[in-house]
Design a protein around this ligand. Structure first.
Ligand code: ZN
Length: 383
């Protein structure tokens, strides 16, 4: 699993000068690549090495190399279709050119004045994400006179990469059952519905009264109801994340909304403000704290497909009973869906893992395992 720590560095002249020279080296390679129509690293090296060395003799050769790699990737991204001009002052660091010391809150960086050690401002993420510091991207904000470095950390990667150690849990979310887990555990919404029903009854009574004090009470009640829902979701999320599984697979949210519609308005009223989205957020951040992963799978067919033989048919499902018309397998419909989500989650997990490994060998950044938009975005190559 990869995480990024953003650290503030002192606004230092040597770093800024290193950034300027790094940018200049990048630009020479970009111009050459565009002119010669190539993003091949060897060709770029042969064509620009001399010029870079002569024009920028103080830029250390390891940085010349990363500047070239970065330029090559930018050229590849634009398919050599347009001329590129680097404006931003950024420097890419790898394990040869930086080392982070979390205990002393210092970082050593290769600069135009040699290897130097700088203090970094404290961040709670330093303690939170301990692991192997694989690469980093430094950026200089001249307008606000600030320098930041984004350090990428790989957390207990080896354990996660061993197939035997990966335990995936599929989670089906719904209305009757808030969550059904692929290990046969059910979290039903009975209690939630009862309590919410009571709140709704009391609220309606107060609404009819219409007095000022009734209005105040109504507000109070709404707050209490919201906290009750929040608390319920916290408890469920905690129970789920504490299970001995390290990957939690959920359906993409759109599906949960769809299901809500399909299951009829009867429940919608009673569940009111209960949201599967909130539960999902709690699972996500509790999992992150515990060093576990959450990922999302395509909800298509998860309720029509047989989790034993893979046969898909709309008529496999009748209400809460799943009965496979092909192999006669019978199971609670939500549980069958949870098992399908687990199967999908497992293959998605290993797909993401192999992508992240091939990306890393290419020195590209990757953050997080999921594809959720709330996750920090990977560093972009180019200006
Ligand atoms: Zn079947």
């Amino acid at each position: 699993m990869f995480r990024t720590i953003k650290l503030k560095l002192p606004y230092d002249r040597t770093i800024i000068e290193t950034g300027k020279q790094f940018r200049e080296a990048c630009q020479i390679v970009l111009d050459y690549g565009f002119k010669e129509k190539t993003f091949n690293k060897n060709k770029l090296n042969r064509g620009t090495y001399r010029e870079v060395r002569e024009k920028i003799p103080t830029l250390p050769s390891a940085l010349v190399q990363t500047a070239r790699d970065q330029a090559s990737e930018s050229l590849k991204q634009t398919e050599l279709k347009k001329e590129l001009h680097r404006k931003s002052l950024t420097i890419r660091y790898d394990q040869r050119t930086f080392k982070f010391y979390p205990d002393s809150h210092t970082i050593s960086l290769t600069t135009v004045a040699g290897r130097l050690v700088f203090p970094v401002a404290h961040s709670p993420l330093i303690e939170k994400y301990r692991g192997e510091y694989t690469n980093a991207q430094l950026s200089v904000d001249q307008k606000h006179q600030k320098i930041f470095i984004m350090v990428q950390v790989e957390i207990s990667g080896k354990e996660a990469q061993n197939k035997e150690n990966v335990r995936v849990m599929g989670i089906d979310r719904g209305i009757k059952n808030i969550a059904v887990l692929s290990n046969n555990q059910f979290f039903n919404s009975k209690h939630l519905r009862q309590v919410k029903g009571r709140y709704q009854y009391n609220k309606r009574t107060l609404q009819h009264a219409g007095t000022r004090s009734a209005h105040r009470k109504l507000k109070e009640l709404s707050g209490r109801e919201r906290r009750f829902v929040l608390d319920t979701n916290h408890v469920i999320a905690k129970k789920i994340v504490n299970l001995p599984h390290n990957v939690f697979a959920l359906e993409k949210l759109e599906s949960a909304k769809m299901k809500r519609k399909k299951n009829g308005r009867k429940f919608n009223g009673k569940l009111g403000s209960w949201s599967p989205y909130q539960l999902e957020q709690f699972i996500e951040y509790k999992a992150e704290d515990a060093g576990k992963s959450v990922l999302y799978v395509d909800p298509k067919y998860t309720s029509q497909k047989c989790s034993r033989c893979g046969y898909i048919n709309r008529n496999n499902r009748k209400g809460s009973v799943f009965h496979c018309l092909n192999c006669n397998f019978e199971l609670h419909a939500d549980l069958n869906a949870a098992r399908n989500i687990e199967i999908l989650g497992r293959s998605e997990y290993f797909r993401l893992l192999s992508t992240s490994q091939s990306l890393r060998s290419d020195e590209t950044m990757l953050t997080g395992m999921g594809e959720d938009s709330n996750k920090p975005t990977p560093f972009r190559v180019g200006s």
